[in-house]
Ligand binder design. Structure first.
Ligand SMILES: [Zn+2]
Length: 112
């Protein structure tokens, strides 16, 4: 079995070395790269998502000048794979790096 689950919405195929959407099997991008490069991205204003709860200058809704919400979707089935809260202009976070050599060895039966 060459497909291994990495997160709730992400698999990796140890044979093709591609990130896959866990829901539809769509190949996102090479496992050597950041899976987010294979996703559709939607940048959200945090005030569209978080209720301010109270009125006025100070509320519970984050200031969009300080934080944006990036949502990453499978371009095939549309499932949300991940989201990040980042300051405007911040580079995309590369949050998962796999030991691909180890995966290849296990695929060949060389390890547990
Ligand atoms: Zn999908």
């Amino acid at each position: 079995m060459s497909i291994r689950r990495i997160t709730e919405y992400l698999d990796v195929d140890a044979e093709s070395m591609m990130w896959l959407c866990n829901r539809c099997g769509h190949a996102l991008v090479s496992a050597e790269r950041n899976y987010k490069e294979g996703c559709r991205v939607r940048v959200r204003n945090p005030r569209e998502i978080h209720d301010p709860v109270i009125e006025g200058e100070w509320s519970f809704a984050p200031d969009p000048g300080m934080v944006l919400i990036l949502e990453y979707y499978c371009p095939n089935c549309g499932v949300m794979i991940e989201n990040d809260y980042l300051p405007p202009g911040h580079p995309v976070i590369h949050d998962i790096r796999l030991d691909l050599e180890s995966l290849k060895q296990k695929e060949r039966g060389g390890g547990a």
